[in-house]
Design a protein around this ligand. Sequence first.
Ligand SMILES: Cc1cc2nc3c(=O)[nH]c(=O)nc-3n(C[C@H](O)[C@H](O)[C@H](O)COP(=O)(O)OP(=O)(O)OC[C@H]3O[C@@H](n4cnc5c(N)ncnc54)[C@H](O)[C@@H]3O)c2cc1C
Length: 381
Amino acid sequence: MDFSIPKKFSEEIIRFKKFIKSNVISELPGWYQHQQIPAKFFHEMGKGGWFGIELKKGQLLKGSSLREALVAEELAKVSPGVAVAMLAQIDLGLMGLLLFGSDSLKKRYGDSAVRGKTLMCLGNTERQAGSDVANIEMRARKVKGGWLLNGTKAYVTNGLISDLAVITAVSDLQASRNNRMSMYLVDLHAEGVTRKKLNKQVWIPSDLTRLHFSDVFVPEDHLLGNQRQGLQQVLTVFTYSRVPIAALTLGTAVGAFELALEHAKKRKIFGQTITDFQSKTFEAADFYAKIEAARLMLWKACWEMDQNQNFRQESSLAKYLAVEITRSVTTWAADIFGAASVIEEHPVHKFPMDAWASSLGEGTQDVQKLVIFRELMKRYE
Ligand SMILES: Cc1cc2nc3c(=O)[nH]c(=O)nc-3n(C[C@H](O)[C@H](O)[C@H](O)COP(=O)(O)OP(=O)(O)OC[C@H]3O[C@@H](n4cnc5c(N)ncnc54)[C@H](O)[C@@H]3O)c2cc1C
């Protein structure tokens, strides 16, 4: 067993930290103010090859999951809201295309998405269908040459800025609940699409958007994968995306933890620094141990994914542990700053809110437990 990070990845992460410094940190105040990430960020990420996906002879190749986890963690340490926009682009939108799109669709859109020129997202959740993924009502009606989509996707990260969306819809009303859905690649500039940006307090500056579809025509060849397999397909996308979201969540914990430690070393109370209080150092040691445990679980999930093993349980374990730990670490970190932490502009302020967001995206903690237990039971059949 080898726990070392390959040298080429650690060198790349040093380069990525420089990228973050010059392309993200300096821009963040403006992005936070407008609560929007400009397309330029995605172009720069694509140019730098930071999306971790490459094309070979028109075929998209998924790179190393560990490399992507390291990138997501670094970005989230600075801004979980920017990291989630990257994740929605590659691990939700592009992943749907990568896993289920035809060769010609991948050729047509893949290269541009990998370069960050075409922006992507995924919409499944509706008001009545979140954890209950199959409960969607959005309809896809067969017409000559394609499909007409009608309905509303309630919460879509990157929905405001995306060109393309992977969208699930009921295409066969007569079929059983698990076989009613299909998945489509939808041009968000098409006639009949309207977007409403939602006002949220988490994962700023990414956008959370309601997408409404009214008789939106989707050409036949934009069906992703097989008709009636949309539920299985979207759950597969989530199995993949839970790994990078675990990395993002871990980065949220580490970002807050490092800020708190820096402050604790300097802040004098009753004539001593916070790190002079042993109770506080014990708390820090406890959280550090938990962060390391979550990281090991995450890296195991990355390894399983890259070995093409069944990593369904590991991806949920990684996300579950990361969220549990991050919720408590970020609240502790905010406490270390006392009253200053409630001020909106304070760097620690966003972290507890972003930990909250992590607990929702790609399935709640209860949903992770359902997956973990279901996979566990398979071993005892
Ligand atoms: C910031 C943000 C970004 C998002 N981005 C996207 C996106 O890009 N695309 C997209 O499609 N969706 C997105 N979502 C939606 C997200 O995936 C859902 O919010 C999430 O799956 C939970 O669904 P829900 O909100 O309907 O909650 P519900 O499903 O209504 O859950 C409510 C409560 O019931 C619990 N619960 C549900 N089922 C069970 C069960 N079987 N056993 C025990 N308890 C249960 C849940 O854990 C939760 O505590 C986003 C959400 C947020 C907040």
